[in-house]
Design a binder for this molecule. Structure first.
Ligand SMILES: [Zn+2]
Length: 86
């Protein structure tokens, strides 16, 4: 299950890692988010470890986060698979 917990303001360490372009549409970003890969992800951490993937969204896409969560996960997973294959 996808955790869509929202924090009203990103902590400074996370905000400083904001990507310049929205993961989904390429627009200028406003929000920084964290994806935690599951056990079957190509980026799954070793047992006992955690891994976070930071991504950013524009205001429009972030406003639809609840309905786009699966699209976001799929896009990140596909990018990880394609980068692992090269
Ligand atoms: Zn966007």
């Amino acid at each position: 299950m996808t955790d869509l917990t929202h924090a009203p303001v990103a902590p400074a360490w996370l905000a400083s890692r904001r990507k310049p372009h929205c993961l989904l549409c390429g627009g200028p970003t406003v929000f920084t988010n964290i994806y935690i890969p599951g056990k079957r992800s190509p980026a799954a951490p070793p047992p006992g470890k955690r891994r976070m993937i930071i991504y950013s969204l524009c205001e429009s896409c972030a406003g639809k986060l609840d309905t786009l969560a699966e699209v976001i996960e799929t896009k990140i997973e596909n990018e990880l698979r394609s980068s692992a294959a090269t």
